[in-house]
Design a protein around this ligand. Structure first.
Ligand SMILES: [Zn+2]
Length: 345
């Protein structure tokens, strides 16, 4: 039950960005101290977009919206897109986006063009409108974040990594992984292994890949250890259905965009096996109530067996995650994110 409690505690700081992210960081540090776990901090600088204004007027009437832009500007075209299955050109074109599976706001993707997220219930209204006008004002907010490196940071046998920041609610993405890794620490797995709680995974102004900032920083300073470790597991979005590993290169790039091919190839993504994430992805509906303690416990078992290498990791045969598809379309090649040939064409 401790895992559910930790997820509920982290929810109090959501959305875990900027000052709230620091609160989540302190929470994780406190939990590690309580269990007598050794850890060190890797501080780094990041900046993320903060919306000052987000307004959408449809035939003279305001429609509720949220910003998904890195850039301020005006939206005059009725360029309505799904934020889950996007094409690369959308990154640079002003748009109004929605998640077709979610009832609430789902800030699934951020764009380098003025863009606003609406709820799917308002999609029809926008589609039928004569005139559409959006305005978004974004500022760049600097922040000092940290990766918390617990356990054996010098010669780890295995490495397990999660992120504790969030776009909005962030129970599944990724308090779930954070709770699983805290549980592994409580069980003593930190002594031989490196357990990483990463900050600023969700947003940065990096191009072409704006996510995974904390992972890229980890790679910079702990490259040798990551290359030497026998196994590397990235635990992200678990505990709402049974755990599995994902081997699809596109999804690996979505979950762990590091540059070094040796590290990228070694990494296994541990995630949930179902598609229930789509309904709550990057939304305020991503709350602890969606989590299932049996699936969280199964994930702890799964990850701990993988870390000691007793188990051949089962893999998702056919994965319906749409997220990965965007990279191929976006023209993001392995050389830019991960210097490997893992991407399926
Ligand atoms: Zn995540």
């Amino acid at each position: 039950m401790e895992m559910l409690q930790n997820i509920a505690e982290l929810e109090k700081f959501s959305p875990r960005r900027l000052a709230n992210e620091t609160k989540a960081q302190k929470f994780v540090e406190r939990k590690l101290t309580e269990c007598g776990v050794d850890f060190e901090l890797q501080g780094f600088r990041n900046s993320i977009p903060e919306a000052r204004k987000a307004r959408l007027t449809v035939d003279g009437e305001d429609v509720l919206c949220m910003s998904t832009s890195f850039k301020s500007g005006i939206i005059e075209e009725k360029n309505l897109i799904s934020s889950l299955a996007v094409s690369g050109r959308y990154y640079e074109e002003p748009n109004i986006n929605f998640n077709p599976y979610a009832d609430g706001f789902s800030l699934a993707t951020f764009y380098r063009a003025p863009s606003l997220a609406i709820r799917r219930r308002d999609m029809q209204k926008v589609m039928n409108a004569e005139t559409v006008r959006g305005e978004v004002v974004v500022s760049r907010k600097a922040h000092v974040c940290a990766n918390i490196i617990a356990g054996n940071a010098r010669s780890p046998k295995a490495v397990a990594i999660c992120h504790y920041d969030s776009v909005l609610g962030g129970a599944l993405d990724n308090s779930s992984g954070t709770a699983v890794l805290l549980e592994l620490c409580r069980k003593g797995f930190w002594k031989d292994n490196m357990i990483v709680f990463s900050g600023c995974e969700e947003l940065s102004f990096d191009t072409p890949i704006y996510w995974g900032k904390g992972y890229k920083e980890l790679e910079n300073d702990y490259k040798k250890e990551l290359i030497k470790a026998r196994r590397l597991l990235v635990v992200d979005m678990v505990g709402s259905s049974p755990p599995t590993t994902i081997s699809d290169g596109n999804i690996k790039l979505a979950a762990f965009p590091v540059k070094d091919g040796r590290i990228f190839r070694k990494a296994s993504i541990v995630s949930m096996s179902g598609n229930e994430w789509r309904r709550i992805y990057h939304s305020s509906e991503d709350v602890v109530a969606n989590m299932d303690i049996r699936c969280l416990e199964a994930t702890v078992k799964f990850v701990s067996a993988a870390m000691v290498g007793r188990e051949h990791l089962p893999r998702a045969k056919r994965c319906n995650h749409l997220l990965g598809l965007r990279f191929r379309d976006a023209g993001i090649q392995p050389g830019e994110g991960a210097r490997v040939g893992g991407l399926r064409q």
